[in-house]
Design a protein around this ligand. Structure first.
Ligand code: AMP
Length: 141
């Protein structure tokens, strides 16, 4: 049983923010910023590749509603939504979840993107574009 399955089963304590028959939201124990909340499907799916689309739609709708409410509740200046899929992407709990991370001016939370634009040619971009498109066409055919 994953730690989040134990939370759903109320076998371990958590600070439940929202719950319906399909999804649950509770405070992330780390509280990376004030109000940091996780939204999960009650049934365990490991990642975005596993979760059924209909359930994901509901999860996203609840995430949007909670993001709005949490932003107002804490008077946050912004919100990051974060979803890690796979160990290489930073996933540590293999039960699908969205992080709602309220952001405050001058908080120390870091989201950084490497900028490789100056190292790439037009051909590099086109090669990457075509690699993606090739797989999209395969899916559509
Ligand atoms: P990720 O690294 O995206 O898989 O995020 C997993 C998150 O789960 C981390 O931010 C942890 O702080 C959080 N977490 C792990 N155990 C618990 C728990 N028992 N209650 C609340 N949050 C937890």
């Amino acid at each position: 049983m994953s730690v989040f399955e134990k939370i759903v089963a109320k076998e371990i304590p958590s600070y439940i923010v929202y719950e319906d028959n399909l999804v649950m939201a509770f405070l992330d124990i780390m509280q990376s910023t004030k109000g940091h909340t996780l939204v999960i499907p009650k049934k365990k799916y490991e990642n975005i590749f596993e979760i059924p689309e209909e359930l994901l739609k509901h999860l996203i709708a609840v995430t949007k509603m909670l993001a709005e409410k949490i932003k107002i509740a804490f008077n946050a200046d912004g919100i990051n939504l974060l979803n890690n899929n796979g160990k290489a992407a930073g996933q540590t709990v293999f039960h699908y979840h969205f992080h709602i991370i309220p952001r405050y001016e001058n908080d120390n939370f870091k989201v950084s993107f490497e900028n490789n634009a100056d190292k790439l040619t037009k051909a590099d971009y086109e090669m990457r574009l075509n690699t993606i498109k090739k797989h999209l066409w395969n899916k559509l055919l």
